[in-house]
Design a protein around this ligand. Structure first.
Ligand code: X5A
Ligand code: ZN
Length: 675
């Protein structure tokens, strides 16, 4: 990996707290920051980061988003008496002031700007700022929801102004709607704001009509504001991943940002008293990973909310460790999305299909329109004031601590023919221990019948030794150049099915024989992209994705990746990914890099890439992707070919009964049948 990860933190931001009684504000405590930072230190992650000092945001920085009147008012707070502070606080919602909060708010915004500077100047690739107070609720002339200055909104304007950044993507995975960010960029098409948030048909704070899915932005900015309202609590990993695969990622790739900012609130994790959601802390490894190939990897995460002092530090660690390039853990308990999540997803997708060509094919708004529901619910509200049994409160929830993510010392091993140079950072690999004679004789019998080819035998045995080391987590990923890609694929799959415990996902790009007769037990799952119509029969564990115009339709390929391959991969949850590039597949190197990068979110990053000996020009890009570098940008994507979309969609519809993560609408039951 080429560049590092910045960590920006200053203890000074713990030096303010609530000085009076206010139940709405009591969760916003200094310990939020200390436990997060301590967890990064204890886990050894902090010392792997490049520590960057904070600075105070200047008046000019703050005025990029806020009004002079508001700044002047906040400037007076350090000199106020307790009574004055209380009084001053009253004009805003769910926020408190303290004599030192102005100083901390300047540091919080300044930390976000230091992070942008470090990333934009290339000092680091990405980074995280641990800050208090948070920012995304604060508005041009108002504090709100624990926020004083809008750290991320200021950072976005600053990046545009100072570095000429053309397009900024803001991903707000905090469980509250960052209405301050929405208001800042509502009519600005250069900043795409995406937020998911607990909404419950407007019953949840901040109770705004404009937090619903139909607030899409204004004037030129129409389509550049994307709200995903969660209308139920208890959302899980599968709900979050569905929204990423079927909405955020395709839109983000179409938008093609030059910089990604994350409003990194962790009140969307399990145990949080505000969010009351059930996503596990390790989901943030995946959310982070999935964004890391955008904008050439330029990603700045800035802390927002997160109030459970156990799940918050766990989630922060998952995020930072992923920014550092360690492979994500296999996501535990990935259910399909629940019905309510599907309803939300469906509403957002159909509302935004007029703005984004990747969503053009989305289904119409659900018949039972959400606004009718909102009224129905308001009526029902009076009848059902309180529910009978008390549910466990969010803080009492228990969940396993995410296991320590151990990254093998060998990141990427290569099996190359003599004379091909090993790419920087990779390790040449040959099976040194002699394979047991039985395996060797099987190899000979099955694959090398006609020839007594010792080179081929040595390559195949190396591949087998390599996947065994990957299963033992001694090696993370591998890249092999082989003479006969089909044969090597067969060989690895046969060995894995017979001798390994892991499920294997085979993603094959291009025509060529692949192990399509797979066992019913689903130990191998093959997805094959091909130019030609396949003679093979589609079945649950063999899925041919036929691309009519070959691989020239980049948008179409990306669409297939997000709408089919990733959700299938996540739901299948392999222990090994075999990524096969058939000779003359014709897939461009940059698209291939994105495919390689994204698939590493599966199987703890255990990806083995097989390519034809001749494809030497592809070696560098593939190796760099396996080593964790960001893929190069694809540019703003055009609309995919309609016939291509049509065939992908019909495939997705056929498969969605078997694979729940392929669903995008609530027609059929999702998890949990009640509305
Ligand atoms: C940043 C953040 C939450 C405010 C909740 C007020 N704010 N009820 O998470
Ligand atoms: Zn929040």
């Amino acid at each position: 990996m080429k560049m590092g990860t910045a960590l920006i933190y200053d203890e000074e931001m713990t030096n303010y707290k609530l000085l009076w009684v206010d139940p709405a504000c009591k969760i916003e405590v200094p310990e939020r920051l200390t436990v997060s930072h301590e967890a990064l230190v204890k886990s050894g992650l902090a010392e792997r980061c490049i520590s960057i000092p904070v600075r105070e945001a200047t008046d000019a920085d703050i005025l990029l988003v806020h009004s002079e009147e508001y700044l002047d008012a906040v400037k007076k707070t350090p000199y106020m008496t307790l009574e004055d502070l209380k009084e001053f606080t009253l004009q805003y919602g769910d926020v408190y002031f303290h004599p030192n909060i102005f100083h901390c708010a300047k540091l919080a915004a300044g930390a976000a700007l230091q992070l942008v500077d470090s990333v934009m100047t290339g000092k680091v690739r990405n980074g995280m700022a641990l800050v208090r107070p948070p920012g995304h609720h604060s508005m041009r002339s108002a504090a709100s929801g624990f926020c004083v200055f809008n750290n991320v909104a200021i950072a976005a304007r600053y990046a545009k102004q100072k570095y000429g950044v053309k397009r900024v993507l803001i991903v707000d995975w905090d469980i509250h709607h960052g209405q301050g960010v929405q208001y800042s960029f509502e009519d600005d098409p250069s900043v795409l704001y995406f937020s998911w948030h607990r909404f419950e048909h407007q019953k949840f704070w901040p109770h705004l009509r404009e937090s619903d899915f139909d607030s899409v932005g204004k004037d030129k900015g129409a389509g550049f504001n994307i709200n995903v309202p969660w209308n139920k609590v208890g959302m899980q990993n599968g709900d979050y991943l569905s929204v990423f695969c079927h909405l955020l990622l395709p839109v983000a790739y179409e938008f093609c940002p030059d910089l990604v900012l994350v409003c990194a609130g962790f009140d969307s994790a399990i145990g949080d008293p505000e969010g009351e959601m059930c996503a596990s802390p390790d989901i943030f490894a995946h959310l982070t990973h999935l964004l890391m190939n955008l904008a050439g990897g330029k990603l700045c995460a800035v802390l927002e909310g997160g109030y459970n002092l156990t799940s918050l530090p766990q989630s922060v660690c998952q995020t930072v460790q992923t920014l550092l390039g360690d492979p994500a853990p296999r996501p535990a308990n990935l259910n399909g999305p629940c019905k309510s999540a599907l309803e939300s997803l469906h509403c957002v997708r159909s509302t935004h299909r007029q703005y984004w060509s990747c969503l053009k094919h989305a289904a119409d708004l659900p018949a039972c329109d959400i606004s009718t529901k909102r009224m129905k619910l308001a009526e029902e509200e009076e009848k059902t004031q309180d529910k009978g049994e008390e549910e466990k409160s969010a803080e009492e929830k228990v969940w396993p601590e995410p296991p320590k993510r151990v990254t093998p010392t060998i990141r990427t091993a290569v099996v190359f023919p003599d004379g091909v140079a090993c790419p920087d950072g990779c390790k040449p690999f040959r099976s040194t221990e002699d394979l047991d004679p039985l395996t060797v004789s099987k190899l000979k019998e099955n694959f090398l019948k006609d020839a007594d080819d010792s080179d081929a035998l040595s390559t195949l045995s190396s591949l087998i030794a390599l996947v065994e080391k990957m299963e033992k987590n001694e090696i993370c990923s591998g890249l092999a150049l082989v003479h006969d890609v089909s044969m090597a694929t067969m060989c690895v799959v046969q060995h894995a099915a017979a001798a390994l415990t892991n499920r294997v996902l085979v993603v094959c790009v291009g025509d060529g024989k692949v192990p399509s007769h797979v066992t019913e037990d689903g130990k191998t799952f093959v997805v094959q992209f091909s130019n030609k119509e396949s003679e093979e029969q589609e079945c649950k564990y063999y899925i041919p994705v036929h691309l009519k115009k070959g691989f020239s339709d980049v948008s179409g390929f990306i669409q297939a990746l997000f709408s089919l391959v990733l959700p299938l991969g996540y739901e299948y949850d392999p222990g090994l990914v075999l990524l096969v590039r058939m000779p003359d597949s014709g897939l461009s190197e940059s698209v291939w890099q994105h495919l390689t990068g994204l698939l590493q979110g599966l199987a703890q990053g255990h990806t083995l890439v097989l390519m034809q000996e001749g494809e030497k020009s592809c070696v560098g890009p593939t190796a760099s992707s396996l080593l964790g570098d960001a893929a190069s940008s694809l540019g703003q994507l055009l609309a995919p070919q309609p016939e291509h979309v049509e065939s992908l969609e019909s495939l997705r519809h056929r498969l969605k009964a078997d694979w729940k993560l392929l669903q995008t609408t609530a027609e059929e039951m999702g998890r949990g049948d009640e509305f």
